[in-house]
Design a protein around this ligand. Structure first.
Ligand SMILES: O=C(O)CCC(=O)C(=O)O
Ligand SMILES: [Fe+2]
Length: 300
């Protein structure tokens, strides 16, 4: 187990411990009944028209017999319960919180995989970030099945134990070591950014649909550009929690500001009403700056 995973497990609240333990040990875990099946049906219904109208993806990674929809908060009010799921956010915090001031939304994506689609190339989602691997996790993904998942219809495949430092060992992908958990709508599949995984082949006669909600360290460039996906006039209708996850917050110190202000000010006022730039520092940084200023004032 890596240091971060040990610390995450140490800090975990009792009810979440089994999930954190399994994530740390295997790189993935299942939270059954995380939401009701009825809630997921409503979300699936809201996405149906978007899927009908969407063109197929291009390229062998996305898969030419798959469709993908982004910007899920705009497509369904029911997506917020997935994105802001309290227990999941606590687990995300356990794994990512140590490395950032706060976590952010990395992905909101619905994926439909047609009958006949081949298996997606196994990959690690963390590889979109060009930094050191092994000592930290960059992201945590949650797959919410919209249709039942089973090994024959494109269920997500995962390679247990392929995460953390194992991700930098460069061992070959052994197909027979993949697991493809059976999942019912309402359950959530959580996996680390370092875990090897990919959509399975759809050998069934019906479309496999799912939603992926991903969270990443708050100082990274997110997969889905939140300020284009959710400009201020749209994000001002979000709950404060969703707006914060979608980038309307400064990552201390001072990262992601607008004219030196927290970008959340744009959710209530126009730029013309804003005051001057304002420090957003972590407590230890504020203390350091104050100590320096005090020392400068001592007569010499
Ligand atoms: O749809 C799935 O099961 C996984 C998709 C995935 O891992 C990806 O596109 O990065
Ligand atoms: Fe992936």
């Amino acid at each position: 187990m890596s240091q971060i995973q040990t610390r995450a497990a140490d800090a975990c609240d009792h009810a979440l411990e089994p999930y954190v333990d399994q994530l740390a040990r295997d790189g993935w875990c299942i939270m059954p009944d995380a939401l009701t099946a009825q809630h997921i049906t409503r979300l699936d219904e809201d996405l149906a028209e978007g899927f009908d109208q969407a063109p197929y993806c291009n390229g062998p990674f996305y898969g030419e017999t798959t469709k993908r929809l982004g910007r899920l908060p705009l497509r369904s009010v029911h997506s917020e319960a997935l994105i802001c799921h309290a227990r999941i956010l606590e687990i995300v915090q356990q794994f990512l919180g140590r490395w950032c001031d706060h976590v952010q939304l990395n992905t909101t994506q619905a994926i439909a995989i047609d009958p006949g689609a081949p298996a997606q190339a196994p990959h690690r989602d963390q590889d979109m970030f060009h930094g050191p691997k092994g000592e930290l996790e960059y992201l945590l993904n949650v797959i919410w099945p919209l249709t039942p998942f089973h090994p024959d219809n494109g269920a997500t495949r995962l390679w247990p134990g392929s995460h953390g430092y194992a991700a930098i060992e460069g061992s070959e992908v052994r197909e027979e070591q993949a697991v493809a958990p059976v999942l019912a709508p309402g359950s959530a599949l959580l996996f680390l950014g370092s875990t090897l995984h990919g959509a399975g082949a759809n050998r069934s006669g019906s479309v496999r649909r799912a939603v992926v909600i991903g969270y990443s360290l708050g100082w990274l460039k997110p997969y889905e550009n939140p300020w284009l996906a959710y400009p201020p006039l749209i994000a001002r209708h979000f709950s404060p929690e969703l707006a914060k996850l979608a980038g309307y917050v400064q990552h201390r110190p001072n990262l992601g500001n607008f004219e030196g202000q927290c970008p959340s000010t744009l959710l209530t006022a126009g730029p013309e009403l804003m005051t001057g730039p304002r420090d957003a520092l972590l407590p230890e940084q504020a203390e350091m700056v104050e100590a320096y200023c005090r020392a400068q004032q001592v007569p010499g």
